[in-house]
Write a protein that binds this ligand. Sequence first.
Ligand SMILES: *Cc1c(COP(=O)(O)O)cnc(C)c1O
Length: 439
Amino acid sequence: MSSNSSNISYRFDTQRLRAGYEPKNHNYAVSPPIYQTTSFDFRDVEHAKALFGLRELGNLYTRVGNPTTAVLEQRIAALDGAAGAIALASGMAAISYTLLNIAEGGGRILTSPYLYGGSADSFKKVYPKFGIKFDIAKNIENPKKLHEEITPDTKAIYVESISNPSGVLLDIDAIAEVAHEHGIPLVVDNTVATPYLYNPIAHGADIVVYSATKGLTGHGNVIAGLVLESGKFNWQTEKFPQFSEKYYTLRDINDNWRSFPEVFPQTPFTGRIRFNYLNYFGAALSPFDAYLVLIGLETLSERIAKQVKNATALAQYLKNHKAVEWVRYPGLEDSPYHELAQRDFKNGTGGILSFGFKGTTEQRESFLNSVKLFHYHVNIGDARSLIVNSPQTTHGELEPEEKLLADIPENLIRISAGLEDIEDLIADLEQAFNKALSE
Ligand SMILES: *Cc1c(COP(=O)(O)O)cnc(C)c1O
């Protein structure tokens, strides 16, 4: 469960294959073994005492940690330059444990208006019942004025590095500065970007969350989430009294009670998630699913690079199509985010693009019913190309004025570019347009 990678000096493409794993510690197995076990025997009574007092970190019970899952945690930490990481059973578990760990007992979170539908809806409906309230920032794209929206009760700023479905890019460096001036952390959902395209921590983020279900794993075969921490944020202030709480369960050998930062000086945030939230709320990732994420990570760079290439080609094709009102892809030269893309996204701006269908609602629906190669469903980041009418599905929870604020017009169609031959993808869209427009 330690978070330091022994391969820390290797570059990105080597780390995604090697970080966090030493074959010699696992019977020289080349591929990380799946430790499909609930529990781990104690060597003796002293060992049990040391593990339970967290004086020694080791494997105990798979709900709180597992050797296969630990490889994934260390690998993603290495890829993102994080001090530590924790794997969880879904992206939503990563988001909820993060926000509860920051604002338990009550507080406010300042968010971007451009959020994943499940995040936006749960922020509105579920968290307020736990005393956690959300303010949707008016100035997220104008960080100089963002400080006006921070109240004494604001506990964090929460944004997405590349938003879905609209592809909004934000100046994370400037937003992080505002957060830090107020002694609060910046949390970045980096799901769409993946560490191949963007490292939020290098741009000042304190906490990074992922739905590993998407591009990180990339094969549409697992639900998984991750939380990473920079290790640089000071949690021991009056805004976060929970981090100064001392627990009997964290006592040292002389029976002195200790706090999470005392036990985990480098990784107090993920340490606290592991032993309070994962341990007691229980959204554990199974070792087999951790293994699937690891296999996905092995080809992360090649997959995302090809998705960027296909997304760019699809955006160009759609821009010139008569049935298309507009195209949103931050990689396009006429995108309002082109400058930020050039500055911060050297490897491209991902596989998600969207366009406005020019035609009647019936024609738009007929277009979706006519695609043959594109999969029509809600996921993103798959090796296969996907298409969906976001305003009516993934973002269908948003009320009309919320859709307006999030800038999601009713005629928006989202594409998640996969790895197929681009000619086949374009031909599929072309035949679907022809069919829809002939009706
Ligand atoms: C899918 C998604 C989530 C939720 O992740 P799950 O793994 O489905 O729970 C969170 N944030 C973003 C940006 C997503 O795309």
